[in-house]
Design a protein around this ligand. Structure first.
Ligand SMILES: *[C@@H]1O[C@H](CO)[C@@H](O)[C@H](O)[C@H]1NC(C)=O
Ligand SMILES: *[C@@H]1O[C@H](CO)[C@@H](O)[C@H](O)[C@H]1NC(C)=O
Ligand SMILES: [Zn+2]
Length: 532
């Protein structure tokens, strides 16, 4: 029958074409109505209601042209793993613009991953009295000590780093190998980290390796200063830093009691260190908070266009319920003592395979029971395990009146939580590069936050663990959110709203928010006129 079909085909086609012509004339949607719908939908996205000034509109048009040139690049950086995309991003003219843009605040960064690894290796490991030890599980430990450190259960043979580097003969490759221990960076991320378990294992190892370096008291001071410096250079003006309430020391010269604790905590893959001196003196938490405050004040004095920094005290989810309860009590005390420094409390560490928030309900209800306020900034929904206990963390975080949601990767799939967080102005802290490197998503164009952005859900952009990812500042994460997640429709209004959100949703009291916003506006106006 092929002959018949061939004969019929043209007449059928003609009939359909004719029908289309007829209906098109009558039933075609009104193009004006169409434009209205498009505009109406666009107004719902992040920044969709921001009224741009004439000069801003001019820059927006220019930005749109730049975006059209870069959107169809092949390869498209947000579709690649960040370790491969980074050099491409550096060449982007939009990235350069984002570097110059005043981005407001970084509200989700962890203290042990604040400063670029280049500084850690090139500056900190070159200081005198630095000892290194290679562990049986292919990790490293560092400690600053006046004399040869005692062997520990995990580290038998300590060597003076200076001597070892000299013996090695090739300091550049030696330093590169140290950097590998302190970050996740690799040339073959997919091969080296086939799944989330593998990447998290390396991640937690790198944190332990870093601890001995940054908790040395004189390093800690410079480290905080350097961290603020790097943010300031990237045109970020305020920081809320998640920082561990530490229990355990890594200092070599202190008593053997610590070795047992080390064993315990390394077993949990966690080691929060208190600041220590060369002679093994251990400082308490008050010292650390005071030091943080002093360094921040000094930085603000040197850089009057920087607003400041505060801490979100955090403990690891691997802690027991009673330990977390003690930590909550302690956080309440510390907040009373340092109201300008302590913003609130959080639980950190991988959500999957760890205890959900609900497990800690006794501890987390404590402030409410005592009639005191301890703002929460919970990591929640950093998971792709839909329907599990951990997936409920988002709703539980809201039940405990969280001020913001760290990541909220799963939020788009929780309609009620989404409604509640929007109603209560609980912003999501979106950290695109972190989500990609820690293997929740590979192509950022498919990130679920695309849904949240198109609806204008309260949101800020942050970098989570910049040094672990070879990242610095916020410009790279802004690039990924703007190009990959927001797509072509994200515009200058989106960027403006994201930056303003970071001040709006910060923990600062209203008068400082106002001051911060005024300071930001001045920088923003300068930025706009410089890029016209
Ligand atoms: C390390 O940094 C500190 C302060 O940030 C600086 O004073 C010192 O000279 C630096 N040392 C090296 C070896 O770069
Ligand atoms: C959360 O806030 C509500 C309303 O202000 C309050 O009734 C409730 O006790 C709070 N819950 C906790 C755990 O803080
Ligand atoms: Zn985090």
């Amino acid at each position: 029958m092929p002959v018949v079909r061939m004969a019929m085909a043209p007449s059928l086609h003609q009939a359909v074409t004719l029908l289309w012509f007829l209906t098109a004339a009558v039933g075609m949607p009104d193009p004006i109505k169409r434009d209205q719908l498009i505009a109406q939908e666009a107004s719902r996205q992040t920044g969709g209601k921001v009224a741009l000034t004439p000069v801003e509109r001019k820059l927006d048009a220019k930005l749109r042209q730049m975006k059209e040139r870069e959107m169809w690049a092949d390869p498209f950086p947000p579709a690649l793993h960040f370790f491969k995309a980074k050099p491409l991003i550096q060449r982007s003219s939009i990235f350069k613009l984002l570097q110059n843009m005043p981005k407001g605040a970084a509200l989700h960064i962890h203290s042990s991953s604040l400063v670029s690894v280049e500084w850690l290796v090139k500056n900190v490991t070159y200081r005198p009295h630095c000892y290194v030890c290679f562990t049986w599980d292919n990790s490293v430990r560092f400690v600053f000590s006046q004399r040869q450190p005692f062997p520990r259960w995990d580290c038998f043979y300590w060597q003076l780093l200076h001597t070892l580097r000299a013996k090695n003969g090739d300091p550049a490759s030696f330093d590169a190998s140290l950097m590998q221990h302190l970050t996740l960076i690799t040339e073959d991320p997919d091969g080296e980290y086939p799944n989330q378990d593998a990447v998290w294992e390396k991640f937690e190892k790198a944190f332990i390796a870093t601890a001995g370096l940054v908790s040395h008291a004189p390093v800690l001071r410079d480290y905080i200063f350097q961290g603020l410096q790097e943010l300031h250079q990237d045109n970020v003006m305020y920081l809320e830093l998640r920082s561990g309430l530490s229990r355990v020391c890594v200092s070599s010269s202190s008593s053997t009691c610590c070795s047992f604790l080390n064993l315990l905590y390394t077993f949990y893959f966690i080691l929060y260190c208190q600041a220590y001196e060369l002679d093994g003196t251990i400082h308490d938490k008050m010292w650390t908070l005071r030091t943080f405050q002093e360094v921040t004040n000094k930085f603000v004095k040197d850089h009057p266009d920087f607003l400041g920094a505060r801490l979100i005290l955090s403990v690891h989810r691997a802690w027991s319920a009673s330990e977390v309860k003690a930590a909550v009590k302690e956080a309440i005390e510390l907040q009373k003592e340092f109201p300008d420094v302590v913003a609130g409390f959080d639980l950190v560490g991988r959500e999957d395979s760890r205890r959900p928030l609900w497990y800690f309900r006794d501890a987390l209800s404590l402030p409410d029971q005592l009639g005191v306020t301890l703002p929460y900034f919970f990591h929640a929904g950093e998971t792709d395990e839909e329907g599990t206990e951990v997936d409920q963390n988002i709703l539980d975080a809201l039940l405990f009146n969280t001020s913001r949601i760290g990541h909220g990767y799963a939020l788009a799939r929780h309609p009620l939580a989404k409604e509640l967080s929007r109603k209560r102005n609980v912003a999501v802290e979106l950290c695109p590069i972190s989500n990609q490197v820690l293997k929740l998503i590979s192509d950022l164009r498919n990130h679920p936050a695309g849904v949240l952005m198109s609806e204008g859900h309260p949101m800020v952009i942050s970098s989570d663990d910049p040094s672990m990812f070879g990242n610095t500042g916020l410009a790279y994460d802004f690039f990924q959110a703007f190009m990959g997640i927001g797509g072509l429709k994200a515009n200058l209004g989106t960027l403006k709203e994201l930056a303003l959100n970071s001040i709006r949703y910060s923990s600062l009291p209203d008068h400082l928010k106002d001051a911060g916003q005024a300071m930001w506006q001045k920088k923003w106006d300068t930025f706009i006129s410089a890029h016209l």
